[in-house]
Design a protein around this ligand. Structure first.
Ligand code: ADP
Ligand code: GLC
Length: 486
């Protein structure tokens, strides 16, 4: 089975968030399930810099008005096809946003090109390459299923995965004439959305199957609270919508071998975390205390509930906790954490920016990771936390609720608790969860049990990769629902 994954970011070539981790880890996990996955990715400077020994498999004179080459290569263990189109992608910094902080004005074209090339590859653009399934991730890849649906009839199937329904890839209707789609594609059964064009809606409407990244979020987005206007569409195709939980790359994230740690450790040598904790304390210029060291590793946005944490931070310090924040995002939140740091010298620290190595060290040294998200399709940092003994404190939402077992009395008695799960999603409930964490942390024996259990919980791709493999086989007709091993 040959599958083309279409993603605007893929770790370790280019990453701004969890999508990159997923797109980077899934191909490797699918190998043992008989699926060969190549990834189509734009040739941003960071991607081009890592390419070596690639092969030009196609030259295009006119990719939305600019010349482009498709380069096939194996980079850092991932088979990629890179769209080398400097006029579209050779820009510094973040893949989506210009230096002024605004979306690139031609994003519609940059990601229409991604979807169009994906579909053309499905239709046989490159000799000898015939993917049976095109797997599109998020709005940036959302036009791929539309180009397939409205293109010449071919036996290629499509899957659209929603990592975040909040980003719809919405553009004005004036771009339609340049998208190379037939006129009837501009309608409810196609790319049209509220008079304009939504790339995410296009993919959700046109794909053979829609997936999202946790079972709970798959249910949530069928309701007005979480569907953000797309719940009607999703309810209409409930029988071809499924939530498949993200896994993590357990090689890249392995506390026993992680080079970013000061000291590596396992569930049996958990005291090794102490040296990492000291390194985090030094890095964030914190001082000594007996209470837990909390961390945040996150985009600083409303989605992530960071405003709630700002309301609870004084309480966290009063309870004897300390807080290390690694993140960047909304200016008012960055400022808020900076002000909290000034108010609580030695108790609260913030490093703004993006630092992959430091994120590993924090998971390996902090006692608990705070994730008070308002919505969270899956979330990966709680999974990294589990694996590294950094106990997740999460809101009961999306994939967070699917992956963390709250330390309530029943779960403690049954020895299954792996974290702290709170609701409703308010500053007060978050404060109460922090209070509960401080209390549990004080019981050293119990705390270690929770940590160890988390470290042993199943967070790999194994089960979910099998489910994707199954889905690809089912939609491409290689497997029927009557198969006995279904
Ligand atoms: P989302 O994709 O919504 O941002 P996820 O939890 O799925 O949330 O994934 C976030 C990914 O980005 C994780 O790998 C996390 O460790 C990483 N990350 C977020 N912020 C930072 C940062 N400032 N520095 C390093 N890694 C970060
Ligand atoms: C999105 C979501 C996050 C998810 C990630 C990878 O960015 O916000 O919850 O873990 O995609 O699927």
């Amino acid at each position: 089975m040959e599958v083309l994954s279409v993603a605007s970011e893929v770790y370790p070539l280019i990453k701004t968030g969890g999508l990159a981790d997923v797109a980077g880890a899934l191909p490797g996990a699918l190998g043992s399930h008989g699926v060969t996955m190549r990834t189509l990715v734009p040739g941003y400077p960071a991607v081009m810099a890592k390419l070596s020994g690639g092969r030009v498999v196609k030259e295009l004179d006119d990719l939305f008005g600019v010349p482009a080459k498709l380069i096939a290569a194996r980079v850092e263990g991932i088979d990629v096809i890179v769209i080398d189109a400097p006029a579209l992608y050779d820009r510094p910094g973040n893949p989506y946003v210009g230096p002024d902080g605004w979306d690139w004005p031609d994003n519609w074209k940059r990601f229409a090109a991604l979807g169009w090339v994906a579909a053309e590859l499905g239709l046989g653009l490159v000799d000898g390459y015939h993917p049976q399934v095109i797997h599109a991730h998020d709005w940036q890849a959302g036009l791929a299923p539309a180009y397939i649906k409205f293109g010449p009839s071919m036996n290629v199937k499509t899957v659209m995965t929603i990592h975040n329904i909040a980003f719809k890839g919405f553009f004005g209707p004036e771009i339609f004439s340049q998208l190379r789609l037939p006129p009837h594609a501009f309608g409810v059964g196609g790319v049209e959305y509220h008079g304009g064009i939504s790339y995410l809606k296009s993919g959700m409407e046109c794909a053979d199957y829609v997936t999202t990244v946790s079972p709970n979020y798959a249910d949530e987005i069928r309701t007005p609270n979480f569907g953000m206007g797309l719940e009607g569409l999703l309810n209409g195709r409930a029988d071809t919508l499924v939530g498949i939980l993200n896994g993590i790359d357990t090689d890249a994230w392995n506390p026993a071998t992680d080079g970013a740690l000061v000291r590596s450790f396992t569930a049996n040598t958990i005291q090794g975390r102490q040296a990492n904790k000291q390194a985090v304390v030094d890095k964030f210029e914190l001082d000594g205390t007996d209470g837990p060291l909390f961390c945040v590793i996150s985009r600083l946005t409303d989605q992530k509930g960071m405003d709630l944490l700002l309301q609870a931070v004084d309480g966290l310090v009063d309870l004897g906790g300390r807080l290390a924040v690694l993140g960047s995002g909304e200016a008012y939140l960055e400022d808020g954490f900076r002000r909290a740091m000034q108010r609580h010298k030695g108790k609260v620290g913030i490093v703004t920016g993006y630092d992959e190595g430091l994120s590993h060290l924090m998971q390996g040294g902090c006692d608990a990771i705070l994730i008070p998200s308002r919505f969270e399709p899956c979330g990966l940092t709680q999974l990294y936390g589990l694996r590294y003994g950094c106990v997740p404190v999460v809101s009961r939402i999306g994939g967070l609720a699917d992956t963390v077992i709250d330390a309530n009395p029943a779960a403690i008695a049954a020895e299954v608790a792996t974290g702290i799960v709170f609701d409703p999603n308010s500053a007060h409930a978050l404060y109460e969860a922090i209070r509960k964490t401080v209390r549990l942390f004080a019981d050293e024996k119990l705390w270690k049990k929770i940590q160890r259990r988390g470290m042993k919980s199943e967070v790999s791709w194994e089960t979910s990769a099998a489910r994707y493999a199954d889905l690809y086989a089912t939609i491409s007709g290689l497997k029927t629902n009557d198969d006995p091993d279904n």
